[in-house]
Design a protein. Structure first.
Length: 313
């Protein structure tokens, strides 16, 4: 009996290490997405939103196919319907989120959009309660710290709400659904297949919408080639795949706090590459968000230790 309890403790510690690695994947994804801010800003005025998203998600999907071919199980040639159908739904949710977010920028500031998008830090724990999942109290403290940090990073001296704010607010529900659904699927299906299918579907819908609503010329692609390559290969191909792999062991509410660090990395890269001002207020916002991440980690470790001590004699 003692031997069994010891094994349970070892398994719990092993799982804790897996969660830590998953957290690092998600944090790296946030850094990649933060860097994508520079690339996306560089594409503005050269190519439409739908075509930009369609091409970059297409590049991201194609870049992952060789990796899947090399790592797939022997005898596996095509994914089954049970994997493709939910991955298509993830792609539809992704399309809705990125489209509404981009459209909102025509009516509101990037700061307001960044802050409102970050509300998924709060919505995801609330959704967890709705689905009767136990949430450690440190997650709420971490979420509030991250929310305060996002506010410091995003808003100026005035707070106004306009049409764009409302559009991006509704997009936040799609980001919340995306994180939760990825968390549900990543432990059940091949992460690469989920990534490839959702990217291809998002690309297909975006290009179809661009064909209907936006002008297109090859010069637009050549003028935006570097942003498209970064957005496709790095932000989409690597960033979103890191998210899918990372969420295999990291709970959605915890992953959301780590992904909110995207705003911090965006501020830093914009300051380095675009020459944007990094004010004292922004530094304070970054500090608050980092504090939120640390609180979430401490709470997770304490929870793991408590569960381990309950099974180790």
């Amino acid at each position: 009996m003692i031997h069994i309890c010891h094994c349970d403790g070892v398994l719990m510690q092993s799982k804790s290490k897996a969660v830590l690695v998953s957290d690092l994947y998600i944090l790296l994804a946030a850094a990649v997405w933060g860097g994508a801010f520079v690339a996306q800003r560089a594409s503005v005025g050269h190519i439409g939103t739908f075509f930009f998203n369609g091409i970059r998600f297409g590049i991201g999907a194609v870049s992952l196919i060789p990796l899947w071919v090399l790592t797939r199980k022997k005898g596996t040639y095509l994914p089954g319907r049970k994997t493709i159908l939910p991955s298509l739904l993830v792609g539809l949710i992704l399309f809705a989120g990125v489209t509404m977010q981009q459209v909102s920028l025509s009516y509101t500031t990037a700061g307001n959009a960044g802050f409102i998008t970050g509300l998924y830090v709060v919505f995801i724990p609330l959704a967890g309660i709705f689905f009767r999942k136990r949430i450690h109290f440190s997650v709420f403290i971490a979420g509030l710290l991250a929310l305060a940090g996002l506010f410091m990073l995003s808003f100026g001296n005035t707070l106004t709400v306009n049409k764009g704010d409302m559009i991006v607010f509704f997009s936040t529900f799609f980001w919340t659904a995306h994180v939760l659904y990825i968390g549900h699927l990543s432990g059940r299906h091949d992460p690469l297949i989920i990534s490839i299918v959702q990217f291809l579907f998002c690309s297909f819908i975006s290009i179809a919408a661009g064909t209907l609503f936006e002008p297109f010329a090859l010069k637009m692609v050549s003028d935006s080639l570097i942003p498209l390559l970064y957005g496709g290969l790095i932000s989409v191909g690597i960033g979103y795949t890191l998210q899918v792999v990372g969420q295999k062991y990291s709970p959605p509410h915890h992953a959301a706090i780590l992904m909110s660090m995207e705003s911090v990395f965006a501020v830093i890269t914009a300051s380095l590459f675009l020459g944007e001002e990094l004010s004292i207020k922004m530094i304070l916002g970054c500090s608050l968000m980092f504090s939120g991440m640390v609180v979430a980690q401490i709470g997770k470790v304490q929870g793991d230790q408590l569960r381990t001590s309950s099974v180790v004699p």
